[in-house]
Design a binder for this molecule. Structure first.
Ligand code: NAD
Ligand code: UGA
Length: 405
């Protein structure tokens, strides 16, 4: 098929790469000229493992453009543009602008919305443009995006036009994932309900961590392990830490709460998950600060700046929020991140060794595998904010190791 992909970020570039690898001809469009220049030169504008090789392999049938002129020839047009927070919930201006540009090129186009949009958005696009609209929400995680796209957990497709819904579901049939073919509204809601549920799971375990701190002998990691063996609960997304960040959970939980409020519905559980998450950093820093005698005049190495492992994405990063909070003390802060070097207002180390060599305190703030394997034994205090280390010298239950003993 001839497929256009509008918006070449984490979702759009991965969609373009994965569909090109299935033999489709891809026309990638982005309004960011710098991004298109980089892609034309064979450079990746984002860090996503395996993406460069997949695009290189299929280069002869992917093109990158800043204008919509080739969109007219496409069988399907995927919309993968941002849907950030707006004044009263989601801001749909990028989606509406992209769809109206598509309509200007091709009044018969079938628009496939991959961006995460609140229920009723597909209907709104349809009534504004007259185009056929298919909702095909994306469930990939950054850092594992290609793997998640190719081995999708499920394919969700919704439309008022069941023929087009079937066409899009068939496009993804190579994933062999279970399909849910439904209407636009259900497809839109499945995406929010899924993200919100995972966010609630994380806030739930973070509240359990608060409880464990008050009970001598209790360790939230062991509690989570014991819960996770029950397959009705599952062991994933039960890692206590400094909270959920990133470009999705924070904005998506806020968007669905705002959407529900506008319909007179109070999503109180999701609201609580947001507020637990919002106070997580101050809570954790307060506890750690008390344990190590405050942060003033300490040399602190923070490992990891992005919102999670295997990504360069700093959007709504909890690690970065932690660094900003630490900067309010008189601490001397050095940050090491495996892929992000361009960080303002802090000393940036080029290696883990350089970051930790002269530090009183080492804080593991992101779940990179390499932090698990690094020699972090020199600092007096090792603070495991993500529960990934197991060095057996914990003198506090959750993550604070005094290595002076
Ligand atoms: P991103 O910010 O990385 O990329 C979006 C791209 O769209 C940018 O390059 C921007 O220049 C481009 N753009 C904006 N307006 C445009 C227009 N009118 N025409 C052409 N290009 C335009 O965003 P992302 O992280 O890929 O997320 C995109 C959408 O997918 C969001 O709705 C997000 O919630 C959803 N989503 C993201 C992920 C993820 O892991 N990042 C996963 C699932 C769903
Ligand atoms: C998340 C979802 O996992 C994807 O399914 C979804 O497609 C995507 O949002 C989206 O809609 O954009 P992502 O934001 O890439 O993916 O990252 P996650 O792996 O879900 O992690 C999100 C945040 O939760 C990170 O800050 C991570 O550190 C934190 N987290 C995750 C925990 O604190 N504990 C956990 O057990 C898991």
């Amino acid at each position: 098929m001839k497929i256009s992909v509008i918006g070449l970020g984490y979702v759009g570039l991965v969609t373009a790469a994965v569909l090109s690898d299935q033999g489709h001809n891809i026309n990638g469009v982005d309004v960011d000229e710098n991004k298109i220049r980089m892609l034309e030169e064979g450079r990746m504008p984002i860090y996503e493992p395996g993406l460069d090789n997949l695009i290189e392999k299929n280069r002869d049938h992917i093109s990158f453009n800043t204008d919509y002129s080739n969109v007219g020839e496409s069988d399907l047009v995927f919309v993968c543009v941002p849907t950030p927070d707006g004044e009263n919930g989601i801001d749909l201006k990028y989606v509406m602008a992209a769809c109206s540009s598509i309509r200007d090129c091709n009044q018969q186009a079938t628009v496939v919305i991959k961006s995460t949009v609140t229920p009723g958005t597909a209907a709104k696009v349809r009534s504004a443009t007259g185009l056929t609209v298919v909702s095909n929400p994306e469930f990939l995680r950054e850092g594992y995006a290609i793997e998640d796209s190719v081995n999708a957990s499920r394919i969700v497709v919704g439309s008022h036009d069941q023929g087009k819904a079937r066409l899009v579901a068939d496009l993804w049939s190579f994933t062999k994932a279970p399909e849910v073919v439904t209407n636009n509204e259900n497809a839109e809601l499945i995406k929010y309900a899924s993200n919100a549920f995972l966010a609630v799971k994380i806030s739930f375990i973070n509240e359990m961590a608060n409880l464990c701190e008050t009970i001598p002998g209790a360790d939230v990691n062991i509690v989570a392990e014991g819960m996770g063996f029950d397959d009705r609960i599952g062991n994933r997304f039960l890692k206590a830490g400094i909270g959920f960040g990133g470009s999705c959970f924070p904005k998506d939980t806020r968007a669905i709460v705002a959407d529900a409020t506008s319909r007179g519905v109070d999503l109180s559980i999701i609201k609580k998950a947001i507020s637990v998450n919002d106070t997580r950093i101050t809570h954790v820093l307060d506890r750690v600060g008390k344990r190590i005698g405050g942060f003033n005049n300490k040399k602190i190495a923070v490992l990891g700046a992005s919102f999670k492992e295997n990504t360069d994405d700093l959007r709504f990063s909890k690690s970065w929020e932690l660094i900003e909070e630490l900067k309010k003390s008189q601490a001397e802060i050095t940050v090491y991140d495996p892929v992000v070097r361009n960080l303002e207002g802090v000393r940036v180390a080029n290696t883990i060794e350089e970051a930790v060599s002269d530090s009183d305190v080492v804080m593991v703030a992101t779940e990179w595998e390499m932090f698990r394997e690094a020699d972090l034994s020199k600092a007096r205090y090792l603070i495991d904010l993500r529960g990934i280390l197991d060095n057996g010298v914990a003198d506090l239950k959750v993550g604070v190791y005094d290595q002076s003993a």
